[in-house]
Design a protein around this ligand. Sequence first.
Ligand SMILES: Nc1ncnc2c1ncn2[C@@H]1O[C@H](COP(=O)(O)OP(=O)(O)O)[C@@H](O)[C@H]1O
Ligand SMILES: [Mg+2]
Length: 240
Amino acid sequence: MSLALLEIKDVKAGYGAAVALQGISLSLRQGERVSLLGANGAGKSSIVNVISGLLPIRSGEVWFQDERIDGRPAHRIVGLGISQVPEGRLIFPKMSVWENLELGATVLDEAEQKSGLLEQVFELFPRLAERRKQMAGTMSGGEQQMLAVGRALMSRPKLILSDEISMGLAPVVVRDIYDTLLRINQEWGVTLLMVEQEAKLALEVADSCHLLESGRIVASGPADEMARSELVRKVYLAED
Ligand SMILES: Nc1ncnc2c1ncn2[C@@H]1O[C@H](COP(=O)(O)OP(=O)(O)O)[C@@H](O)[C@H]1O
Ligand SMILES: [Mg+2]
């Protein structure tokens, strides 16, 4: 038994000869908001994909709610309550908003459960409700990102892994989406692991933060402490 919701123990992973994760250990408690900060290529998406079962690990262990999940197929991991908002959103552009959301709910059995959730997602994102019949690819980047978050909610997750929500979006839109994610954390009790390349955001939206460099965690701590650390200030917040 462990008190962590998610626990990653000394995980190594890579692509062919390339090593992406050189021994990552981290854990999240129920209800926590944790961010992963790091430059391009640091291994942030690889961590998220390891947890989701999309990138096989070479050694180490991944545990979720006292079950070992590494080696399990991705759809089983979604079924356990882990949902990803992938880098680049990966919505289906030629399908409607409503159809995209329905696809997020394939792990749920009951139609009644799905329609209840759909209403909750529409309440969180009124923009998606207005556009439910619109083809997803014709919406703005911000609306597509909302859709990616909404779709992740449709499997009724306990843990959401979000990957670079801010990418390519205007700051005001990013703020709006993060505000909604915080509501999801506070009102629904969903635990959040948020990958963010924007250091300021990564430190604002999370309780604690891990800094990643070349497949290793090089600093971790409460977000306010990390914001004061010299390394983060100089390299990631570009202060002098
Ligand atoms: N599909 C892939 N094939 C080969 N190397 C990859 C692939 N995806 C990522 N990598 C490499 O793995 C390392 C970590 O990448 P990634 O996890 O995507 O970093 P981040 O999300 O922090 O930008 C990088 O060196 C990257 O070039
Ligand atoms: Mg990435």
